[in-house]
Write a protein that binds this ligand. Structure first.
Ligand code: SF4
Length: 292
């Protein structure tokens, strides 16, 4: 954890802030593609869940996000770090599109596990949020009967079966996976669990929780459409009520820091450094003003 000392407030920044490995890799692949590829270039869904980065990519490189392969007729399509649904990938191949696959290798591993477990006859449970694009992609790799659950109750109506295989959305908190697994224990005689939660996620969540415990105010920086940023804000708020989730520095309100001695700053895996720097700069400025 790195710290900045100001006249009145100490600002602590979580060490793991900024892009995770998978997001960095996807952004680099999109940048190289924009530099080296001729013709139209699209991403299947926003490249990452951060509106500022998406806008920058559109404006600087002309790379636009499309909701589905149905909207792309030619050129290159970039698959983001969350991965894509198998049917969408197949459609892109059938259309003869040039595919740049930036699926994070950890997500790829989870997709492969879903295929393998399904092929081996397991009823597959994806522990995660059913509307998250990564989860939709994972489900598409399984056979009929695959289920998504983010808590034990979501499996209450599931009949007993012979074999269950569980994998997790890479950004799921471990407690949720434990909850889902506990429900599966009584649903099958054989249970196989793969903890596919990404290390980068658990480290970031742990660090942010530690930081929330030691400061007066927490600021969580990242897209409101970013599930992992929202989760960080939830975790921090459960520890430190004065937790604020912002997307950009201009949302920061000086009133949040009244009487505060310490401020913690953390960010989601899809938040670029420059957005974090701007937020820290604004807090520093507020702190400086408060001291005069
Ligand atoms: S959070 Fe983990 S799994 Fe998800 S993109 Fe980043 S490195 Fe990959």
């Amino acid at each position: 954890m790195e710290w900045l000392l100001n006249l009145t407030m100490e600002i602590f920044i979580a060490k793991s802030s900024g892009f995770c490995f998978g997001v960095k890799r996807a952004i680099n692949m999109a940048d190289s593609c924009a530099r080296e590829t001729r013709g139209e270039i699209y991403t299947l869904g926003p490249i990452i869940h951060n509106p500022q980065v998406v806008k920058r990519l559109e404006e600087s490189s002309g790379v636009h996000a499309k909701k589905s392969i149905g909207e792309v007729e030619r050129g290159t399509v970039i698959i983001r770090s969350h991965g894509a649904r198998l049917d969408e990938l197949n459609k892109a191949k059938d259309k003869g599109l040039n595919i740049v696959d930036a699926t994070c290798p950890f997500v790829k591993k989870a997709q492969d596990l879903v295929s393998r477990l399904s092929a081996e006859g397991y009823t597959v449970i994806v522990a995660g949020e059913k509307d998250h694009p990564e989860v939709k992609g994972l489900v598409s790799y399984g056979s009929a009967g695959i289920r998504v659950a983010d808590c034990a109750e979501a499996l209450a109506d599931m009949p007993r079966t012979k074999k269950i295989g569980v994998i997790a959305q890479t950004t799921l908190p471990i407690e949720k996976l434990e909850d889902v697994v506990s429900a599966c224990l009584v649903k099958a005689s054989e249970l196989k669990v793969f903890n596919t939660i990404c290390n980068a996620t658990s480290i970031r969540q742990k660090e942010s929780a530690e930081l929330a415990r030691k400061v007066d105010v927490m600021v969580v920086v990242g897209g409101r459409n970013s599930a992992n940023t929202r989760r960080l804000a939830e975790i921090c708020r459960s520890i430190r009520e004065k937790t604020h989730h912002i997307e950009v520095a201009s949302e920061i309100d000086p009133a949040w820091f009244e009487g505060a001695q310490t401020v913690g700053v953390t960010s989601g895996a899809s938040t670029p450094d420059w957005v974090i720097d701007e937020a820290v700069g604004k807090i520093r400025a507020i702190s400086g003003k408060a001291g005069h």
